[in-house]
Design a protein around this ligand. Structure first.
Ligand code: HEC
Length: 239
């Protein structure tokens, strides 16, 4: 029994232990954490703009197509127009125009697919955001992290494990994209919006699942109360 208990505790602690190799990243309150709610269509649309106009130059999001955006409030006409802008049909996956061989030649690295990135790294969504805003040219900071200097073809990044990343800072300045709403496209805002979008690409069913979780809990609660009342009713006259 005690062995089982220890195994259980070890299992619970394991992810924390594995996270050890990565850089600690700052935690943020994301809208998709906590109580279930709907995906914010405006923020998804802003994140989509950054993802398709900036990130897709190099990265694909191969598990996602425009049709899926209809599950989160976009109309068929809207997604058709969005796909057409990219010369795609609504069933085409969001793949990058950059061929893997060219990417290798240009960056000496593979460019990872971004569909699942928010689930794939320790730090999750906070990691993606931290990488995007994690560039710095402060010589002291760089020297402290990389005493031998930044390797050829790499850039200093606070959040990337090892601090030398092959990706040039993608969010080089504000207003890289024009948002459909009044939101100002600052670097932080673009980073936040694209991270939000990448949470959706990683877990399109996340908020649905959370809602289901709440229903299940409510059901169990009601069931428990009913079971208790039934027990009382049955045992009332037995002494
Ligand atoms: C100019 C090409 C280019 C653009 C544009 C670009 N990236 Fe990258 N990205 C790369 C390359 C190359 C890597 C691999 C870096 C490495 O392994 O050192 C990378 C890595 C990353 C990583 C780290 C992945 C990991 O393995 O931990 C994240 C997160 C990321 N990119 C997100 C984005 C987002 C979000 C955008 C759009 C805002 C974007 N990138 C735009 C080329 C690009």
């Amino acid at each position: 029994m005690r062995f089982l208990l220890f195994s259980f505790i070890a299992l619970l602690l394991a992810p924390a232990a594995f996270a050890g190799g990565a850089v600690e990243v700052e935690k943020h309150d994301w809208d998709f954490q906590g109580l279930p709610k709907e995906w914010d269509k405006d923020q998804l649309y802003r994140g989509y703009a950054v993802a398709t106009q900036v990130c897709m130059t190099c990265h694909g999001m191969k598990y996602i197509n425009h049709r899926q955006l209809m599950d989160v409030g976009f109309t068929e006409a809207e997604v058709k127009a969005m796909a057409a802008e990219l010369n795609m049909s609504i069933n085409d996956k969001l793949v990058s125009g950059l061929e893997p061989e060219d990417a290798k030649e240009l960056y000496g690295k593979e460019v990872p697919d971004l569909s699942l990135i928010n689930k794939a790294r320790a730090g999750l969504a906070d990691y993606t955001y931290a990488v995007l805003v994690g560039y710095s040219e402060d010589p002291d900071e760089i020297h402290h992290a990389l005493p031998d200097g930044v390797p050829e073809g790499a850039y200093y990044n606070r959040a990337f494990p090892g601090h030398a990343i092959a990706m040039p800072s993608p969010l080089t300045g504000p207003d890289l994209v024009e948002y459909h709403d009044e939101t100002e496209a600052s670097i932080e805002q673009m980073a936040k919006d694209v991270t939000y979008f990448l949470q959706w690409t990683a877990e399109p069913e996340l908020l649905e699942r959370k809602k289901l979780g709440v229903y299940v809990l409510l059901y169990l609660l009601i069931f428990t109360v009913l079971a208790y009342l039934t027990k009382r009713a049955i045992w009332r006259d037995v002494h």
